[in-house]
Write a protein that binds this ligand. Sequence first.
Ligand code: ATP
Length: 246
Amino acid sequence: MSAVLEVSGLTKAFGGLKVTRGVDLSVARGERHLLIGPNGAGKTTLFNLIAGDLRADAGSISLLGQNVTGLTTHQRAQQGLARTYQILTLFNRDTLLHNVMLALLAKSRLRWKHFGVFTAEKALKRRAQEVLASVGLERKGELPLEQTSYGEKRRLEIAMALAQAPDVLLLDEPLAGLSSEERDTILGLLQSIPRSVTIVMIEHDMEVALAFADSVTLLHYGEVITAGTRQQVVDDPRTKEIYLGH
Ligand SMILES: Nc1ncnc2c1ncn2[C@@H]1O[C@H](COP(=O)(O)OP(=O)(O)OP(=O)(O)O)[C@@H](O)[C@H]1O
């Protein structure tokens, strides 16, 4: 399998604090790759570097064989990278449907430019309804976002990322703060994502995360301590020492 995401020698410091130290990461097409590490290990920073929200001090990132290190977040998204952002950035009093329409519009304004205003709105609405239906929220489209549960918002975040038809999807703790029932729903949703989408996930719930992952990278103080198949990393004594049992 060829790597769809390749990170090489990535380095980042905030002032004197080195939070990413020569990180290498290679993720093959269709793989479910889990990123673990204690609090402050640099997992979210690594996501920010990969997505383009932060600039690396050194190293490179390639996506589908293209070097994207110098590209903006938006350009990387157009090259096939998606990540979930906190839904809080959306409009809380507005309906779910309208929020999804706005997000679709923001992501691909050009695509809708060819349509007349009326046709564009109809097409956008149809696409937004499909997005909602893909996560079982089709009946909630007319509800204001503020009246939906936390679990429903998380589902919506994932659906909106998937609506961009990404090649690589970055998920930052998709199960955090959910009830066990909501966890099952999200996990079912994640498991239903086709293998044409490669997933890199940060998750602290090891039981669930390990059931989902094919391969794992363990970070500690910004450095890769061990990486490999799920079994290799779980069996590595450094994983127990640094992470498991914490
Ligand atoms: N913008 C910033 N400016 C300064 N320091 C930062 C910044 N962002 C992160 N850090 C620091 O970088 C280190 C790594 O943080 P990061 O959030 O990437 O870790 P993490 O592994 O995602 O942690 P957690 O599991 O707690 O989310 C921490 O020490 C954090 O305080």
